[in-house]
Design a protein around this ligand. Structure first.
Ligand SMILES: [Zn+2]
Length: 159
């Protein structure tokens, strides 16, 4: 799905940019951020279960709500030796996901960003998720950041 590509690309771009300044954003932690960026879309497993005749939409759709994503991130970070750190990296990923979704998705009627405090569905309606231009833009940006990063790393080696 194109929005997964966009989510991964944007999470990676942010980590790569931060890695120029902060050593914490190494490959392993970047993977955590990327995983975090995909957590809200774990709710798409609804479709997989539906295929097998199980309707879990009532249970799983809560994952695509910030509160639900944060709970999932919390459970997942229990698996790591540095739980707090893992949680923060997952959290950063989740933030990138919703920042993008607020631009991308309005097919489903926006996001319950402040649930359970508000039922307001947030969306900016700038574009929709079938707009491949956003994916393309994210990939081009990722390519650019990749090249710049390689240049910077090469200079670091010789300096
Ligand atoms: Zn989403």
């Amino acid at each position: 799905m194109p929005d997964w590509v966009t989510h991964i690309a944007v999470a990676w771009i942010i980590c790569r940019l931060l890695s120029f300044k902060y050593d914490e954003f190494n490959a392993a932690n970047t993977m955590l951020v990327i995983t975090g960026a995909l957590i809200p879309d774990f709710s798409k497993f609804i479709l997989v279960f539906k295929f097998f005749g199980l309707d879990l939409s009532e249970y799983l759709s809560i994952i695509h709500i910030p509160t639900g994503s944060v709970i999932v991130a919390g459970m997942m970070s229990m698996l790591f030796p540095e739980k707090k750190k893992a949680f923060l990296f997952f959290g950063l990923g989740i933030i990138t996901h919703y920042s993008l979704d607020i631009i991308l998705e309005h097919v489903s009627g926006g996001i319950y960003l402040l649930f359970p405090f508000s039922w307001w569905q947030w969306q900016l309606q700038i574009t929709n998720s079938s707009d491949y231009l956003i994916t393309l833009l994210a990939l081009c940006l990722a390519g650019l950041v990749y090249l710049v990063g390689r240049e910077i790393d090469a200079n670091k080696g010789t300096a």
